[in-house]
Design a protein around this ligand. Sequence first.
Ligand SMILES: Cc1cc2nc3c(=O)[nH]c(=O)nc-3n(C[C@H](O)[C@H](O)[C@H](O)COP(=O)(O)OP(=O)(O)OC[C@H]3O[C@@H](n4cnc5c(N)ncnc54)[C@H](O)[C@@H]3O)c2cc1C
Length: 414
Amino acid sequence: MAQFNKKKYDVIVLGAGAAGLMCAFTAAQRGLSVLVLEKANKVGKKILMSGGGRCNFTNRDVSAGNFISANPHFCKSALSQYTQWDFISMVEQHGIEYEERKHGQLFCLHTANDILSMLLHECELAGVEIKTHCSVASVKEISETEKSRYRISINTENTQSNKTSSVDCHSLVIATGALSVPTLGGSDIGYTIAEQFGLSLIPRRAGLAPFMFSDSMKSLCERLSGSSLEVEVTCNGTQFNEDMLFTHRGLSGPVMLQISNYWFPGDEIEINLLPTVDVQQWIIESKQQQTKSQLKNVLNQRLPKSLVLELEKLWWANHSDTPMAEFSDKQLLAIADRLENWKLKPSATEGYRTAEVTLGGVNTDNISSKTMETKGQSGLFFIGEVLDVTGHLGGFNFQWAWSSGFCAGQNVSL
Ligand SMILES: Cc1cc2nc3c(=O)[nH]c(=O)nc-3n(C[C@H](O)[C@H](O)[C@H](O)COP(=O)(O)OP(=O)(O)OC[C@H]3O[C@@H](n4cnc5c(N)ncnc54)[C@H](O)[C@@H]3O)c2cc1C
């Protein structure tokens, strides 16, 4: 059975991920007794896997516009109470080396473990108790005897046995994350607890996820698997400019992950393969200047050869040997239009198995944006990804975990 130092804590945090650890030491620094319960064998698994092992821990340019939520204003208070600069300053105090990449994204120079070690060091200094192998089975509101409001039932797993135990607290923080990547701790317990206390949920779906195709695009992507290029992609009025990667399942890379947050089943995406070029003008000028060249040789100047060969099969298969001069302007302009507006219909995203985040979640109408406490339910807090706040790719999801975790940590009480 899990051995806890106490039977009652001022604060219990469910989930030792980014938001939970941040909240735990913030609360403990205020003199509160804090217990963190984690179902996995290790804490902070997503932190360790993040940013290709280097953890894109925040972004230099954070604003509400980088987040998706049914209430786009909800995130503002927390993001201003604990900013990216606050987190960067903690990273610097701990002597962690980091680098800035494209679009203001900040990554560890060495390893994501630097960020996890920093959080754990802060927890240790503040006296936070962390228990792994403790899967929260249920939560119960108890009468306020001896200042405890909540009783947590825990399934404790060890190599020998599975046992159930319980522990009480005055403030309860739900930081159990969301559904994405079950092997890294993705779980629905946070939603179950929210519903138990009468909170509503915004429908959930996989976000920051690669696209799959079931039509002829699937085999095209398979053949091009591994090649990448910078494109502009549009869906439902939102646009991103970034790298696209062909995979054996479909399309991935930062640009596709970003746009997947705005895509719904049945929607088309529109890809501009040459976002930095006036394609119509270039292709007509090329006809005049490179009269004997084949179209593929012109396009090879700006696009990967393997992609051009696939496009030729799709769009001008009967003219593969035709010299540029023999194309009509109309034919070339139609091809230019396709290069700028390649319309594709993904069959699905890869789903929660590989999605970096879960869109939707606990409806923020139920939650105070200043404190993260549930309205009308004293002492119950929700932070991090379990809430209906989802960041763009680029360090925004961790910044939300830090900011919301900090606010709850400042407002939990004994
Ligand atoms: C592969 C990958 C790479 C990513 N890279 C980045 C990146 O570079 N930058 C960025 O900003 N974001 C990134 N993200 C997103 C980011 O990891 C999440 O948004 C963030 O971890 C959410 O923090 P959280 O604390 O809310 O949830 P989590 O970090 O998921 O933590 C929740 C914790 O709760 C535990 N838990 C679940 N159920 C129970 C239970 N019943 N009892 C006890 N404990 C439980 C889980 O095991 C887990 O440890 C990435 C995500 C993935 C999957």
